[in-house]
Design a protein around this ligand. Structure first.
Ligand code: SF4
Ligand code: SF4
Length: 222
């Protein structure tokens, strides 16, 4: 999932300062799962924002709505009437959702209410960890399903740096050493031979380093 966290009320107050009527729009998919922008978070943020603005002696009208996904036109459409009733939209979706709205509603300011952080998993209640950097050329099959490009601080692909202590990374001892995990996993799978093949430096052309990417599925084009 895409993991995001809410901006502070102080920052949001500044972002919405020019507007008196805003639509606070949640997204019911990734940001709901990471407790940043689902229906419940919309309700809590709306109350907090109303209170914060009122304490400054200002008035604001906040309409609340959550759609299933803000990154798909089919679901965005459900917010069209509410958007038309308001001066601006404060979106609690990831950056893709904010931009999809801005693309669709060209004369309405669309403002971000969360900081989009990474692609990751819920490792345990309250802990989300980054697992994939979206490199565009997945090599997880070689590494037993543990990504060194994302999870090794030095992005090493031919073995550990040697600095790991007790399974933790020398760069950040709070983090598991990716290579410790890779070796554990390949050993359990009986695939340690994978590491006998030298991997040349990664070609990052398929990644964001070459600019924004597109995925074309001709079989789905109309
Ligand atoms: S190899 Fe690339 S696509 Fe695969 S998990 Fe790592 S960053 Fe993501
Ligand atoms: S300790 Fe492990 S994760 Fe950290 S930089 Fe070295 S090999 Fe990478």
């Amino acid at each position: 999932m895409i993991v995001a966290e809410q901006k502070s009320i102080a920052e949001i107050k500044e972002i919405v300062a020019p507007y008196k009527k805003i639509l606070l729009l949640g997204c019911g998919t990734c940001v709901k799962t990471c407790f940043a922008g689902g229906e419940d978070e919309v309700a809590v943020m709306a109350s907090a924002l109303r209170l914060a603005v009122k304490m400054e002696g200002r008035d604001i009208e906040i309409e609340e709505l959550t759609v299933e996904r803000q990154c798909e036109d089919e679901f965005i459409q459900e917010s069209a009437e509410a958007i038309a009733r308001n001066e601006s939209v404060l979106s609690l979706a990831c950056g893709a959702g904010v931009q999809a709205l801005a693309r669709r509603f060209k004369t309405t300011p669309v403002l971000p209410g969360v900081n989009t952080t990474f692609m990751g998993v819920l490792e345990k209640p309250g802990l989300f960890t980054e697992e994939c950097a979206g490199c565009g050329d997945c090599k997880l099959a070689l590494f037993g399903g543990v990504c060194p490009f994302t999870r090794c601080a030095k992005k090493l692909v031919n073995g550990p740096c040697g600095g790991s202590r007790k399974g933790k990374c020398e760069v950040n001892p709070d983090t598991d050493c990716a290579w410790h995990l890779i070796i554990e996993r390949l050993t359990a799978l009986g695939q340690m031979n994978n590491l006998k093949v030298y991997l040349p430096p990664k070609n990052w052309c398929a990644s964001l380093s070459s600019g924004p990417r597109k995925l074309i599925r001709e079989d789905h084009e109309i």
